[in-house]
Design a protein around this ligand. Structure first.
Ligand code: ADP
Length: 160
């Protein structure tokens, strides 16, 4: 069975992520969406909230699982028997960092390939941080995230 992992912060999940998840799931027998535990990033949503939202928005894709990981991605890949890491690429600005990460991960574990999927044109500008900014100022989120994510975002900013 061919397993791939799609790592990220998903704070919160957007239509850009969901597009990559669907396309990645088509290429592999199983795609594990792996939420990175990184408290240094000061996420808006807790790890549990991010996992819950990811599970909800991917519930109709049978070969997608949601999990989280801590520490080295290649170690996590080994643990779950993944042969590939899926990454989405938007702007040129994503490239330099992702290129460096891919080379380092290859060095650490040569048996795991990093596969880049180009963003779909309509999501090329979309990021979690943009969505949080729009939510903060009460903008309409329906083009960027599923309704349940929009609701959770509005709750967050109502509280603060
Ligand atoms: P960000 O905070 O940059 O939105 P994440 O860490 O949650 O991102 O992203 C996880 C992965 O999803 C990364 O590989 C990122 O490049 C990719 N990604 C995020 N948004 C998009 C998008 N709109 N189109 C394609 N790939 C995306």
């Amino acid at each position: 069975m061919r397993v791939a992992i799609y790592p990220g912060s998903f704070d919160p999940v957007t239509y850009g992520h969901i597009d990559i998840i669907k396309r990645g799931a088509n290429l592999f027998d199983k795609l594990i969406v792996a939420v990175l535990l990184n408290p240094a990033k000061r996420p808006l949503f807790s790890i549990q909230e991010r996992i819950e939202l990811l599970k909800e928005v991917t519930k109709d894709i049978p070969n997608v699982e949601v999990d989280y990981f801590d520490g080295l991605l290649v170690e996590y890949a080994k643990k779950v028997n993944a042969s590939a890491i899926i990454k989405g690429l938007r702007m040129v600005s994503d490239f330099e960092y992702e290129f460096q990460m891919a080379l380092v991960n290859k060095k650490l574990n040569p048996s795991v390939e990093t596969i880049f999927l180009m963003t779909s044109a309509k999501y090329g500008y979309l990021s979690s941080s943009l969505v949080k900014e729009i939510a903060q100022f009460g903008g309409c989120l329906s083009e960027f995230v599923p309704d349940i994510v929009a609701e959770r975002l509005m709750e967050k900013f109502k509280k603060s």
